[in-house]
Design a protein around this ligand. Structure first.
Ligand SMILES: NC(=O)C1=CN([C@@H]2O[C@H](COP(=O)(O)OP(=O)(O)OC[C@H]3O[C@@H](n4cnc5c(N)ncnc54)[C@H](O)[C@@H]3O)[C@@H](O)[C@H]2O)C=CC1
Ligand SMILES: CC(=O)C(=O)O
Ligand SMILES: [Mg+2]
Length: 570
């Protein structure tokens, strides 16, 4: 029978590794290996004598050495490769280095650098990580998930993508495995989910990206995307196998195309513990930013006029959640819906265009007749016209169109709103709808700005404006943590709203120039707060399968910290 080289026992905050492996088998296992930090006693017990230089390092010493090696890398891609190979050698040290430098290194393991890593996947490929499921071999799904080596109680989280809408860079085929890996890295660094209790998955259904199909190095299925019944059956086979093998795992969907994202969520959400990060995680973060903006301006959400530029997965997910919050503030659903203007690639969504809209866009179509005379020469109603006519107080960008929030548009918005809330959320950085420094300058420092990828602070007229990163990374790690602590049966709207409220409470948007959201540096404490709020909401709704008697203690005790476990040679 296959014998695991080690077992981890005990609570997440006080683990012991029972190690069966010896010698090089220890050093080659990234979860066991601690390189020069093995003590003399451990070297003797594990048969490592002579396999390491004689000096014994502390973990701090190792962090200083790797930090130096990291900073010696010439560019973000090389830094990413350095960190990935460190993780392949010594996973605990990788997470320790990352946690100590989260603000500096998150852009390297996550957006924006992860976008380049995904695009270059087949060329830079060196070793596998995660599970690759092929639509051409649906019968292999269960075996592949089993082969990953986790037992039924060993998995808290699965992140799966079909890569059709990776960040804002579109269809990336098999390279999308790296977004699943990137998201899970953030779950561990921020949410304390143990790195061995997660599975990154790519659902390789083919690709419509001609650059990949024509590339001799491409490593994925070399055919167009399969759609229709075969696609649905494949997703269903995956969900069925994943649920049967890992009944406690939260199933996180990432970066699906707009036509599948919502459909898949609606199909499985009623019965499984699942959520779509782009729709729901993003919406919760935006709700938190908007709550913080309302605190700064002293206004109510129900009185805002919201333009959503980019009516896709993220954009309509955001509109839905803001609309629900307006309803909680007393508006009827119809009144709340009327406070939104949403635009897709062919302009404003209107009832006149109902036949060409996607089903999830239809509720936001502006009433027939209302927009007579708004259309430009090409027949569609563009952002400039909508901003002039609707006089929004909140402008959200999820369009992947860099520069779309142009100077005239922003100046028009700022002419009728004292504190315009402007959130260009598209990732990676190169696709952001506007640069924060321009937004602050064009509004003479009045705009409240948050972006999807990180930006440095902006100095204007003696005030430093800290630009919050409105990224779903402020929500999903804590959501996963809260769900795993109480083994929630489902992810409810109440749990997502609780997550947004927890994030909003941690921002200090009151003082001039301060950020709308807590800083990335604090991602771990933000995730703990979100985890507590989510666990409490799950318990209150009767969705918890583990009793929550001391939420703060239970959540903190569940968070893994990157420390070497005690070793017991067996
Ligand atoms: N900050 C964050 O946490 C998040 C940011 N995003 C970003 O939002 C962007 C969109 O992502 P998804 O919603 O998943 O993609 P999607 O493909 O579902 O939606 C994009 C939408 O933009 C629209 N669009 C394209 N060109 C346009 C134009 N010229 N004018 C108006 N609308 C246009 C498309 O019609 C589509 O409806 C990406 O850049 C992504 O990185 C997505 C999720 C989270
Ligand atoms: C952050 C994220 O999920 C996206 O840009 O798609
Ligand atoms: Mg995404």
């Amino acid at each position: 029978m296959y014998e695991r080289p080690y077992e981890l026992v005990g609570a997440a905050d006080s683990l012991t590794a029972r190690v069966r492996a010896r010698g090089n088998d220890v050093l080659r296992n990234p979860m066991l290996n601690r390189g020069t930090a093995f003590t003399e006693a451990e070297r003797e017990a594990l048969g490592l004598e002579g396999l390491l230089p004689s000096a014994v390092s502390s973990m701090d010493g190792q962090v200083r050495r790797t930090e130096q090696q990291y900073r010696g890398q010439p560019d973000p891609l090389a830094k990413h490769v350095y960190l990935a190979s460190l993780r392949d050698r010594n996973e605990v040290l990788f997470y320790r280095l990352l946690s100590e430098h989260l603000e500096e290194m998150l852009p390297i393991v996550y957006t924006p650098t992860i976008g380049d890593v995904i695009e270059r996947f087949s060329h830079d490929y060196n070793r596998p990580r995660g599970v690759f499921l092929s639509i051409d071999e649906p019968d292999a799904i269960e075996g592949a998930l089993r082969a990953y080596g986790l037992g039924p109680d060993d998995c808290d989280l699965i992140v799966a993508t079909d890569s059709e809408g990776i960040l804002g860079i579109g269809d990336q085929g098999v390279g999308g495995i790296q977004i699943s890996i990137g998201k899970l890295t953030v779950y561990t660094a921020a949410g304390g989910i143990h790195p061995r209790r997660v599975i990154p998955v790519v659902l390789d259904v083919g690709t419509d990206n001609l650059r990949l199909l024509d590339d001799p190095m491409y490593l994925g299925n070399r055919h167009p995307r399969v759609r229709g019944q075969r696609y649905d059956d494949f997703i269903d086979a995956f969900v069925t196998a994943a649920t049967a093998l890992f009944p406690n795992a939260l199933l996180h969907w990432e970066d699906f195309g707009a036509s599948n994202a919502r459909r898949i969520l609606e199909r499985y959400d009623p019965t499984r513990c699942t959520f779509n990060d782009d729709m729901q995680g993003t919406a919760a973060v935006v709700l938190a930013a908007v709550f913080a903006a309302m605190r700064a301006t002293g206004e109510r959400l129900r009185d805002q006029r919201v333009v959503v530029y980019g009516a896709g997965t993220a954009g309509i997910g955001i509109a839905d959640m803001l609309r629900d919050a307006m309803v909680r503030e007393g508006l009827s659903r119809e009144e709340a819906t009327q406070r939104f203007w949403a635009l897709g690639s062919r302009g404003l969504l209107t009832e006149e265009r109902a036949a060409e809209l996607r089903d999830f866009q239809v509720p936001y179509a502006r009433p027939a007749g209302e927009t007579a005379g708004w259309a430009g020469a090409n027949g569609s109603i563009g952002l400039a016209e909508v901003v002039t006519r609707a006089r929004p107080t909140i402008l959200i960008g999820t369009s992947t169109q860099p520069g779309a929030f142009s100077e005239p548009i922003v100046r028009t918005m700022a002419a009728s709103t004292e504190r315009p809330v402007i959130l260009p959320l598209s990732n990676p950085t190169s696709l952001c709808e506007a640069l924060p420094e321009d937004l602050v300058a064009w509004t003479d420092g009045r705009a409240l700005v948050a972006t999807g990828s990180p930006f440095p602070p902006v100095h204007h007229d003696g005030t430093e404006h800290v630009i919050a990163q409105a990224n779903n990374a402020l929500v999903f790690p804590g959501l996963g943590l809260g769900v795993s602590v109480v083994r929630a049966r489902r992810v409810s709207t109440g749990m997502l709203t609780a997550a947004a409220a927890a994030v909003a409470e941690l921002s200090d948007a009151g003082t001039p120039g301060s950020a709308l959201l807590p800083p990335v540096d604090d991602l771990r404490s933000v995730s703990a707060a979100v985890g507590i709020a989510v666990a409490q909401a799950a318990a209150a709704e009767g969705l918890a399968q583990v009793e929550l008697h001391d939420p703060v203690r239970q959540v903190h005790a569940a968070m893994w910290r990157p420390e070497y476990p005690r070793i017991e040679a067996v």
